[in-house]
Design a protein around this ligand. Sequence first.
Ligand SMILES: [Fe+2]
Ligand SMILES: [Fe+2]
Length: 263
Amino acid sequence: MARTITLKNPERFKDPANLTWERYVALQARERERYLAERATIPAEAMAYKTVSPRYLERAVDQFANNYYSELSATHYIATAAANAPFDELKKCCLFQLADEQRHLEMDREVFDRAGIPERDWLPAWEQPGTTCRFFRHLLELEDTVEIIVKANFVAEGAAGPGTFAVLADGAEARGDRLSAVNHHSRVRDETRHISYGRALAKALIDENPSNLDVIQKWQDQCLRLFVEVNKGGHRRTWWEGFLASYYKIALPLGLKKTYPLG
Ligand SMILES: [Fe+2]
Ligand SMILES: [Fe+2]
């Protein structure tokens, strides 16, 4: 396997959440408990998707597919990242994330099931233009841990969360989709941790060798170009600008430049 860039001195990378296996298991258990408690407050008819309009469900299939397949992809690419990790501290972060993404995946599968959307419709919804499909298929082709973490955690999760998930949660809640709202609130608590170790890795790479900045800039440009179709030619401008703004907030302080300007 070809390595791209890596840390010559792995000591430069420290898990910002400072997790040990014991602490992680306790944190996961608490999160699951909190999630189940919130989920238990949802009335039965909302859990059966009887509180949303038929029109909502028709349109929501695309969003459900974006959620579900992003999480499914995440379980795969983060497992690859863990398997190929160049040092143990990074491998540990990947393995904890793998358990998180697995949980997110289960939550999104339940949404599809309870909303009564037949499984044969899931993948075609994700494969059509205007989705995250092209970006995640690119990630799934990668083998190098550093490239995966910088592209997926620092760029993509850095852009998508936590702002985007708050917007998605509010939108779902307003339309009577309580389960999706509870799922988004739960997922964002993990994504924040994934972003912070992705950012710590990017920062360590740049601190160690300033020429790594050029490589990361190239990766950023490549990723954001794969995401631009989700903006649907400017039809989701508010979403897109929030997405870029959220990423630039963590990227510009590291010396990276904007791929797309903000309006
Ligand atoms: Fe996730
Ligand atoms: Fe994540």
